[in-house]
Ligand binder design. Structure first.
Ligand SMILES: C[S@@+](CC[C@H](N)C(=O)[O-])C[C@H]1O[C@@H](n2cnc3c(N)ncnc32)[C@H](O)[C@@H]1O
Length: 211
């Protein structure tokens, strides 16, 4: 039985909002995915897509790609994007690190958003933290000149860790003031309800890609 016979029409429509790369060893063909070359923003760990979909609705002149590994969250995201017919929103189910290092073309991303990455609080798990020197190097390569990385976390220790790594990359990424121009994420709302502090860092690329 073919996929078209098995899947309800609704699910097929929703699939159009997910990116299924033909070749995971080649960079994504972004202009084919979105049908245009508008500025691209990437939400790394996009969860159930609240931020991604609302940002896509708010800024139709930009493209938004979510990267999320959990199937249920990817499905929720594409359902929301489909319901609003957001042609500028897509979601990709893959590991963040792999997407940034291998799937995003150099100089292709206008802004990365990294909101509440898993903090891995135990010392013996620190090596699992997403943000490290290699990750920031890959981000710099994928960013357009003057592109930006916006990071938020509720975890003070992880924030200090990120600041330290960012300081080591200051020849390529420089801090600029945060601005409240984006919608809240699910975790923003959770921590706001608890009155928990949220730490923010906005970094702008200041040099050409090393590639
Ligand atoms: C703490 S939640 C934050 C979700 C959303 N950014 C927010 O602020 O509400 C982290 C999300 O990132 C996803 N995630 C964590 N590590 C990931 C990885 N290495 N690759 C892809 N997704 C990841 C998780 O599945 C989860 O949905």
């Amino acid at each position: 039985m073919s996929l078209a016979e098995e899947a309800p029409l609704e699910a097929l429509e929703e699939q159009q909002f997910e990116v299924f790369p033909a070749d995971l060893c080649q960079p994504l063909l972004l202009s084919e995915i979105f049908g245009n070359d508008r500025p691209l923003e990437i939400d790394l760990g996009s969860g159930s897509g609240k931020f991604l979909v609302e940002a896509g609705r708010r800024y139709p002149e930009r493209n938004f790609l979510g990267v999320e590994r959990l199937l249920g969250r990817v499905r929720k995201t594409r359902r929301k994007a489909c319901q609003l017919s957001l042609t500028n929103v897509r979601v990709l189910r893959v590991e963040i690190d792999y997407a940034v290092k291998y799937l995003l073309p150099a100089d292709s991303v206008s802004r990365f958003h990294l909101s509440f990455p898993d903090p891995w609080p135990k010392r013996r798990h620190h090596s699992r933290r997403l943000v490290d020197v290699e990750f920031l190097e890959a981000v710099v390569i994928a960013l357009e000149s003057t592109g930006e990385l916006w990071i938020k976390t509720d975890h003070a220790d992880y924030f200090r860790w990120i600041e330290k790594i960012a300081a080591g990359a200051c020849s390529t990424l420089q801090e600029v003031p945060w601005e409240n121009e984006y919608p809240d994420t699910d975790f923003d709302e959770t921590f706001a309800a608890e009155n928990a502090p949220i730490y923010r860092l906005r970094l702008r690329k200041v040099s050409r890609s090393p590639r």
